[in-house]
Design a protein around this ligand. Structure first.
Ligand SMILES: O=C(O)CCC(=O)C(=O)O
Length: 286
């Protein structure tokens, strides 16, 4: 059973089949223009916010974020009054339940923005490789990434490429990833495969598994390349010591929407590691 609420859009069965076989699929033009505009405005706010944080710290690089070139801004939706309507709304319920089944938790969400002209590439990796790098004994089941395009995605502006599971045998396997000195990227593949380039229009969603190997190219255009990336799991993902790894915010239970803003920040939904990285005003109101 998938999402039981009313939603005009339905994920085609062929897309689910393609995902199961290759590890990824594209859902073209599924985000409406009003939502797209809202996400673009929020993206601008969070990039500005991140620049201000870097200014205050006097730094140009923060983890895998490089000022002006590439931004990864995670776990900030609670600072916005608008983003939760998308993250926990009917469209994402329809998409996530189609791939994960009738119970879904939010695992992580982030902006991935590449700056105009100087947008940096991002190395081959599996999203699960970032979990394994910090928790080598991890045995988590693959989770789901919804890579939501806020701009048309082209080779020129640094879209992603993906490797179908069969190429490296990644369906149920997390490869070891090594950190690249100059970028801080974790690199999971250094071979010659170029994968499938994902070109799609703004408002489309590329759906892939956390074990799907993917990378993205540099942005050589004069506009930003903006993505909102939301990740969901079918059950709370715990690390090898049994603690919650990231977040497990209840979203859909037995096909019904159960997200509750009021209970969103309790200790069952957000791990101490993620809580620590949140702005103080959010934690205080807990
Ligand atoms: O949007 C991109 O350039 C790639 C993002 C990505 O691969 C990730 O965050 O895992």
């Amino acid at each position: 059973m998938a999402y039981t609420g009313s939603m005009e859009y339905q994920v085609p069965t062929v897309s689910v089949d393609e995902y199961r076989e290759t590890g990824f699929t594209i859902l073209p033009s599924v985000i409406d223009t009003g939502t797209l505009e809202m996400l673009r405005e929020e993206s601008a706010y969070f990039v500005g916010y991140t620049d201000a944080v870097m200014d205050a710290k006097g730094i140009e690089v923060m983890g895998i974020t490089h000022r002006g070139k590439r931004y990864f801004i995670s776990n900030r939706y609670r600072s916005s009054t608008r983003i939760s309507s998308f993250l926990f709304g009917p469209l994402m319920a329809e998409i996530t339940t189609s791939f994960l089944g009738d119970t879904v938790y939010l695992f992580n969400e982030q902006w991935v923005v590449k700056g105009a002209d100087q947008g940096m590439k991002f190395a081959w990796h599996q999203d699960s490789g970032y979990v394994k790098a910090f928790d080598p004994a991890t045995t988590h089941p693959p989770y789901l990434t919804c890579w939501c395009a806020l701009d048309d995605m082209t080779e020129a502006n640094g879209t992603i490429s993906v490797l179908p599971h069969d190429v490296l045998g990644t369906r149920d396997r997390i490869l070891d990833h090594r950190r690249e000195e100059e970028t801080n990227d974790l690199v999971g593949y250094r071979g010659n495969e170029s994968g499938e380039l994902v070109t799609m229009s703004a408002g489309s969603v590329a759906v892939f598994s956390s074990t799907t190997m993917h990378r993205s190219g540099p942005n050589t255009t004069d506009g930003q390349r903006r993505v909102y990336l939301a990740q969901y799991s079918a059950s709370p993902l715990t690390s090898s010591n049994g603690e919650l790894w990231s977040q497990a915010v209840p979203f859909v239970k037995q096909g019904e929407l159960v997200y509750s803003k009021k209970d969103d920040l309790d200790e069952l939904t957000v791990s101490p590691r993620i809580r620590q990285s949140m702005p103080a005003e959010l934690i205080k109101s807990d």
